[in-house]
Write a protein that binds this ligand. Structure first.
Ligand SMILES: [Mg+2]
Length: 251
């Protein structure tokens, strides 16, 4: 049985948190646009702006609004997004994306301690499963007691719906669990669901302001690659492990 003081569950965001996926997403969008004969190209500056909107289909719609265009209706956006997802999955399946520092270590530690794991993301289920398989092994999706993804709920982050969906399935006390996020939208969603949240900033979110996080770190850390705290306190040894999470939950 797990130690009663340890977290009741660990719930992970995917994009930017498990892996630096956003560049792979950006390239897949651009490939899909080119294939569809659209002369759209999202550079890093534009993509940073588009990331204010969560969800790929929503992002394409937002791009049209910003550009004053109405080229694509909703069914056409859905088809374009499906093609983009296929291109992204092919990239991930090719093993070209690794997990961020400390993710595999912490996941394995939680599994060994019998602590339930879950995913709460706005990215599609296909994207999540392909990333987990390519980085942690074929059986890895089965390690997660709940995977909340994509269109399973109507309102995407910063709404708390995807976290509530996952918490319903886990049946744990949110106040004793920990969410892992890299963005303000994600932090707001997790906090609104009652979850203490640890932020690890990523390539596209390092300029955001995080209020109410347990701590803001550059990553979860490894013994040979300690993490740094950007806000709050860094864990002992620069490594986020189960005792460090327990200490944050105790306050
Ligand atoms: Mg994220």
């Amino acid at each position: 049985m797990p130690d009663a003081d340890l977290p009741a569950a660990l719930i992970f965001d995917v994009d930017g948190t498990l892996a630096e996926t956003e560049e792979a997403h950006r390239h897949a969008f651009n490939e899909a646009f080119a294939e569809a004969g659209l002369d759209w190209h999202w550079d890093q500056a534009r993509y940073r702006r588009l990331l204010d909107v969560t969800g790929g289909k929503e992002r394409i719609r937002f791009h049209q609004e910003l550009a004053g265009l109405s080229v694509l209706d909703d069914p056409a956006i859905a088809r374009l997004h499906a093609r983009k997802t296929a291109l992204y999955v092919a990239h991930v399946d090719g093993g070209r994306l690794g997990l961020r520092p400390g993710i595999a270590r912490l996941i394995n530690q939680a599994r060994a301690a019998g602590i339930p794991l879950a995913i709460a993301t706005t990215t599609s289920l296909a994207n999540v499963e392909s990333l987990l398989r390519a980085t942690l092994g074929a059986g890895a999706p089965g390690w997660f007691a709940a995977i909340g993804a994509g269109d399973m709920v109507a309102r995407k982050k910063p709404a708390p719906d995807i976290y509530r969906h996952v918490l319903d399935r886990l049946g744990v006390d949110p106040a004793r669990s920990v969410a892992f996020e890299d963005s303000v939208n994600g932090l707001e969603a997790a906090r609104a669901a009652g979850l203490p949240t640890l932020v690890t900033v990523s390539r596209y979110t390092d300029d955001q302001r995080f209020t109410g996080a347990l701590a803001v770190l550059d990553h979860l850390g490894e013994p040979d690659q300690p993490c740094r705290a950007l806000a709050g306190r860094a864990p002992a040894g620069g490594v986020v492990n189960l005792p460090a999470l327990r200490d944050w939950l105790r306050g």
